[in-house]
Design a protein around this ligand. Structure first.
Ligand SMILES: *[C@@H]1O[C@H](CO)[C@@H](O)[C@H](O)[C@H]1NC(C)=O
Ligand SMILES: *[C@@H]1O[C@H](CO)[C@@H](O)[C@H](O)[C@H]1NC(C)=O
Ligand SMILES: *[C@@H]1O[C@H](CO)[C@@H](O)[C@H](O)[C@H]1NC(C)=O
Ligand SMILES: *[C@@H]1O[C@H](CO)[C@@H](O)[C@H](O)[C@H]1NC(C)=O
Ligand SMILES: *[C@@H]1O[C@H](CO)[C@@H](O)[C@H](O)[C@H]1NC(C)=O
Ligand SMILES: *[C@@H]1O[C@H](CO)[C@@H](O)[C@H](O)[C@H]1NC(C)=O
Ligand SMILES: *[C@@H]1O[C@H](CO)[C@@H](O)[C@H](O)[C@H]1NC(C)=O
Ligand SMILES: *[C@@H]1O[C@H](CO)[C@@H](O)[C@H](O)[C@H]1NC(C)=O
Length: 430
């Protein structure tokens, strides 16, 4: 008997799905599952955007890559793709025209440093220099920024309060660090010889006023200011002797066209650390430079098929990875077509008549479902449980179904090359 109700319920639900927009992950996945013989087109900005979400995707997804966010949004508008996926955040002014929802996959961000040479585990490591003490100091500075709450202040100031936090080292006191006059390697050069702390980043790029605009001489936004507070906090650190590290650590940003070039200079000790936004969830498989023999490659890398290669491994393990500084989640972007008040000025594709039919169907389905649920509740006298309808489906996303979308304020464009491992983008972007 119960089965019969569910069949009825599904009968009501299907027209709803067809008619309604894709507003959450559950909706997206159930639409794609409806007909296995259709390849549903989905837009990406890079291969790595796909890599992040592919484990949840059915086979019948057709990947379409776009050069930039403008093109991606255009394809969504024209129904060329049913959804776009990007780690980037949508500009506030785009929000009324699209649904934006999380993939529920969060990629932590951190600073990367070059490890010290080790004959078995890090043949590519630094031989003449050491970043060990700098690593310890940066971790202490990052946890202090989080302990004091400077990062929260920056999130508030830059309207990024809806960022998903993913901490790995939060503590309620300063982490132990070596005494100032006992520091070694890069850190000693920076503190005692007053050398400039060199931080490598991608760009310079403008990710918008919230995330950061690096085109300016004094970059503004969350990420630039986060690095500044970490460096400032590093100066305040003290070892057991109670002597503060420095009242003014000079630092400089160095920019690279792509992650391969950035990570190569890191391993070459031309920079001390990367900027705070490197996604640790990427992989590293060599600098990707062209070569004709091994000696032209970094120590430990070999020349294969004309490019410098290292056996693929996670960035997180290849480099010294600091405590997480921030995080990003992959977002789905879908078109708003019906059921909501439109604020945009361009004329909607569908005629008012079809929209009214849509409304009627939605309401019929809604009231039908409520009626049946009530009926079941009355008949069975047991609480209705969501997972019944989801059995064998996407159980882990069940809670999404009941959640309303968070307000999408203050989002802007954060381009995607940061996710990419070296040469990920050869056949897609830039
Ligand atoms: C699935 O799509 C194909 C191609 O559009 C169509 O021929 C087929 O009837 C559809 N199957 C179902 C169950 O809707
Ligand atoms: C996006 O790419 C298209 C095609 O490659 C180009 O015409 C357009 O100028 C680009 N837009 C931006 C904002 O870069
Ligand atoms: C490391 O130091 C040795 C000896 O001091 C020197 O010969 C070598 O060129 C240095 N290597 C680098 C990469 O600086
Ligand atoms: C953040 O939002 C407030 C009010 O909503 C606004 O006044 C302020 O300019 C915004 N800040 C940024 C950096 O967009
Ligand atoms: C560091 O400074 C303290 C005094 O501030 C001194 O006692 C100690 O010997 C110094 N250590 C080194 C390695 O110079
Ligand atoms: C590798 O290339 C360098 C020049 O780029 C050359 O000097 C060296 O002899 C080459 N080594 C081998 C083993 O071919
Ligand atoms: C990365 O940038 C470097 C230097 O700008 C360039 O030589 C290299 O071809 C670029 N690599 C990729 C994969 O775009
Ligand atoms: C490194 O990884 C990239 C992307 O996964 C791939 O395109 C490239 O061929 C790999 N390089 C080597 C030498 O395997």
């Amino acid at each position: 008997m119960l089965k019969f109700y569910f069949i009825l319920l599904i009968g009501f639900a299907i027209p709803t799905v067809i008619q309604c927009d894709i507003t959450n992950l559950e909706g997206f996945l159930s639409l794609v599952k409806q007909n296995q013989s259709i390849d549903y087109p989905v837009g990406f900005m890079s291969q790595s955007n796909y890599d992040v979400v592919k484990r949840y995707f059915p086979q019948n997804i057709k990947r379409i890559f776009f050069q930039n966010k403008t093109e991606l949004l255009d394809a969504i508008d024209k129904d060329v793709v049913i959804a776009g996926i990007t780690t980037g955040r949508l500009a506030e002014d785009l929000e009324p025209r699209y649904h934006v929802f999380s993939s529920l996959i969060v990629s932590p961000q951190a600073m990367l440093l070059a490890p010290s040479y080790h004959e078995r585990t890090a043949v590519y490591g630094l031989k003449n220099q050491s970043s060990s003490d700098l690593f310890v100091a940066l971790n202490a500075a990052i946890t202090d920024v989080q302990r004091i709450g400077s990062d929260e202040t920056l999130l508030n100031q830059n309207n990024l309060t809806n960022l998903i936090r993913a901490y790995t080292c939060r503590q309620d006191s300063q982490l132990p660090v070596p005494n100032r006059n006992e520091t070694t390697g890069f850190l000693r050069e920076i503190l005692l010889e007053k050398k400039t702390l060199l931080i490598g980043g991608i760009g310079p790029v403008d990710w918008g006023t919230h995330d950061g605009n690096y085109h300016l001489d004094q970059p503004v936004g969350f990420y630039p200011k986060l690095l500044e507070s970490i460096v400032q906090q590093m100066g305040k650190l003290q070892g057991s002797d109670g002597v503060p590290y420095s009242d003014n650590i000079a630092f400089k940003r160095k920019y690279y066209a792509n992650t391969s070039a950035l990570l190569k200079d890191l391993l070459d000790s031309k920079i001390h650390a990367t900027d705070v936004y490197l996604l640790v969830d990427g992989s590293y498989n060599g600098t990707g430079e062209s070569c004709s023999n091994d000696t032209q490659c970094l120590s430990g890398e070999s020349c294969k098929d004309g490019i410098c290669t290292y056996p693929k491994e996670p960035r997180y393990l290849h480099f010294l990875t600091t405590c997480t500084t921030a995080s990003r989640d992959s977002k789905f972007i879908t078109k708003k077509t019906s059921g909501t008040i439109k604020t945009q000025t361009d004329t909607p594709r569908e005629t008012p008549k079809t929209r009214w039919i849509g409304f009627v169907l939605v309401f019929a389905a809604l009231f039908g479902s409520i009626f049946i649920i009530l009926l079941i509740l009355v008949r069975r006298k047991v609480p209705y449980r969501v997972q019944h309808t989801l059995r064998g489906g996407f159980g882990k996303f069940a809670r999404l179904q009941e959640e309303t979308e968070p307000p999408m304020d203050g989002l802007d464009a954060f381009e995607d090359q940061i996710v990419q491992s070296p040469r990920d983008n050869t056949n897609s972007t830039t």
